[in-house]
Design a protein around this ligand. Sequence first.
Ligand SMILES: *Cc1c(COP(=O)(O)O)cnc(C)c1O
Length: 410
Amino acid sequence: MIQNFSRLGDQTRAVHAGEFPDPVTGASSPNLVMSTTFAVGADTTFSAEGLGGDDPFIYTRWGNPTIRQLEEKLAVLEEAETAVAFASGMSAATALLLHTLKAGDQAVLSDVTYAAVAEAANELFPGLGIGIVKVDTSDTEALAAAVNPGVKLVYIETPCNPLLRLTDIRAAADIAHRAGARLAVDSTFATPIATRPLELGADFVVHSLTKYIGGHGDALGGVLLGRNEDLAPLRKKTSIRLGGTLSPFNAWLIMRGLATLPLRMKAHEQSALKTARWLETNPGVTKVIYPGLPSYPQHDLAKRQMKNFSGMISFQTADGKETARRLAEKLRIIHYAVSLGHHRSLVFYLHSEELLATSFKFTSQKQLDSWKAFAGDGIFRLSVGLEDADDIIADLEQALKGEKNGKTKN
Ligand SMILES: *Cc1c(COP(=O)(O)O)cnc(C)c1O
């Protein structure tokens, strides 16, 4: 069994971290332990309040051997002291917000985030007396102006869903810490293969395991990573009580997917770059946003902050709604569906008017202008899967055929 992963590569870590041959049977593959309860001694605590770090397993909402193996694998890959797994990415995000913020507290959030996070900030948290200010965190000056000394938490998403706009993590960490706040980074689009936010000064990392980390579109999950001193109390005081526990079966599936993450990310990046370059040459496509393209507005920051440009592309056409209808009807390989990071390619149209009205609800013209500069009336979010890039491109080509020539029209 490997004790120290610090000098080993990502792929070795992904395969072996958190795993060991079963001491009873010698099984090489991790056990799936579905038991919700564990036979214990008479001196066992009945409240999670009395739970110590080294206590045996008692009840699966408090801890489970299969979930713990996944948490260890994730912590090793992210180079975090510890990890707490959740039933979904949203469950991880809300547990972090509810643990760190109390009535009267202030937080600063990226104005473009995963839609459900934006909606929770609009509707759930104000009702609890928690003030959440949204700013375009890609604008370091705007972020610095928003993070006043009363702010407890800065929560960013980079690259953000669905714009693929980046926030400079190191700058955000400096701004947060100078004001006495903590920095949380939703790194779902980047994965630990592209970016390690903790190394850049972040205090917490959030991932939806449902996306690249699980990688196969068959299990919801989420995780928080960071320091022991932060996450041990978060587990005991908040996560166990909120109860968004990951199913051990999902933990087992996600662990199996995670074992090939570094290899998959290389393939996602390679095919996404090829597809993005092809989209740039397609006359029906008016704009392509991919951090790996030289035309990408934050390409220098992307090169500095991302070791892998990931597999997400956003693009626009002249008439997005019409193109969406055509893609949903004509695509054969790519699924017209939400979600991302799977081995299957997925595409979905995000109409600006609808998204701004339901999820983002910008309060300033500047935020709206920044959105429009990236997304216009709407964008297609394309998650480039693991099919052959030439087949993905051919599928897009046949479905986009007859597309109005946006470039001459504009
Ligand atoms: C999907 C996603 C989430 C939410 O994750 P779930 O597992 O669906 O709850 C959060 N952040 C980002 C960036 C996502 O893409």
